[in-house]
Design a protein around this ligand. Structure first.
Ligand SMILES: C[S@@+](CC[C@H](N)C(=O)[O-])C[C@H]1O[C@@H](n2cnc3c(N)ncnc32)[C@H](O)[C@@H]1O
Length: 297
């Protein structure tokens, strides 16, 4: 079978469903891996196919073979890989996710960091949400900071940055308009904060300008080691629920890059089900009620 042969498309209702041959799957998988560090194992073929079918419909293309020719063409390759990547990544996120860790951040990590900074006359605090998706994570961080430090925040030069590989998610993050799906896990305090910091309009929640203006969002591919160097001098990195999509070599490289850009005494916070086991032993584990975090000593 050649690269451009494919299994026959079939019809579901009015939709044509095109299948990927094994070689086509490998070819797209390798391009995506090279671009992003995300490695699609064979059991993800179905997911990739279903997202590709949507993309083919948008491009009005008939077959996977046509799409492969299109994406491999040097004129289209870079832009199309980014488009495709927007379609295949999982962007799931919501406000106040992994609240125990956010409490540890606001009530343990931040007071420690600020104490050390005051002692050395350093008034800059740099926090990076490294796979920020549609912004819920970074805005939650901003709200926690606002709630814990209040007026005291004014003494600090705050640098709160969210980055993601998906331009679509970055646009949503900058808009800061959310539906109920983004508020799926909240306690009584979070509900109060939503009333305080959002305005409800036509079934959506609009984040207020004070919180919106505390942060900024930029494109960054975590697979790009040089781009990560821009974050030299960071105090806290949130990198939650994205490492799981990378293969081992990429995980090791990304974490090493994080270690290098963190300030001594800086922190790395991963997702609830994630750890640095078999990835890095450079960090010290610090335990907080209901959460653990990684510290660069
Ligand atoms: C599941 S979301 C996690 C969002 C948030 N950190 C959280 O835990 O709620 C994963 C995000 O990682 C982003 N992502 C995937 N690969 C990436 C890469 N190579 N560089 C930067 N972001 C990436 C996706 O676009 C997506 O928005």
């Amino acid at each position: 079978m050649t690269l451009f042969e494919t299994s026959a498309p079939f019809q579901i209702g009015f939709q044509t469903v095109r299948k990927l041959s094994a070689d086509q799957f490998k070819s797209i998988r390798d391009m995506l891996y090279e671009h992003s560090g995300i490695f699609f194992t064979e059991n993800k073929q179905y997911l990739l196919e279903s997202r590709l079918n949507r993309r083919l419909n948008e491009l009005k293309q008939d077959s996977m073979a046509e799409y492969l020719e299109y994406i491999k063409h040097p004129v289209n390759r870079k832009v199309e890989l980014s488009f495709l990547y927007n379609h295949v990544t999982i962007n799931e996120t919501y406000f106040f996710r992994y609240a125990n860790q956010l409490n540890a951040f606001a009530n343990g990590i931040i007071p420690n960091l600020l104490k050390e900074k005051k002692a050395t006359g350093n008034s800059r605090l740099r926090i990076w949400s490294a796979a920020s998706s549609s912004g819920e994570e970074l805005y939650s961080i901003a709200i926690y900071l606002q709630e814990t430090l209040g007026i005291g925040l004014k003494q600090w030069f705050l640098d709160l940055v969210g980055t993601d590989i998906s331009q679509k998610m970055l646009e949503r993050a900058r808009e800061a308009i959310y539906t109920t799906n983004s508020f799926r896990s909240m306690d009584a305090e979070h509900t109060r904060w939503v009333d305080k910091y959002f305005v409800a309009l036509n079934g959506s929640q609009y984040l207020n300008h004070a919180i919106k203006n505390m942060v900024k969002f930029n494109y960054l591919n975590l697979n790009d080691s040089i781009a990560i160097r821009r974050f030299q001098g960071t105090d806290v990195i949130f990198c939650r629920n994205v490492l799981i999509y990378f293969d081992q070599a990429t995980k090791i490289r990304v974490i090493k890059n994080f270690y290098d850009v963190l300030n001594p005494g800086g922190y790395l916070l991963l997702g609830e089900a994630e750890s640095l086991h078999e990835i890095s032993s450079s960090f010290k584990v610090e335990h907080h009620p209901g959460a653990f975090v990684y510290k660069k000593e």
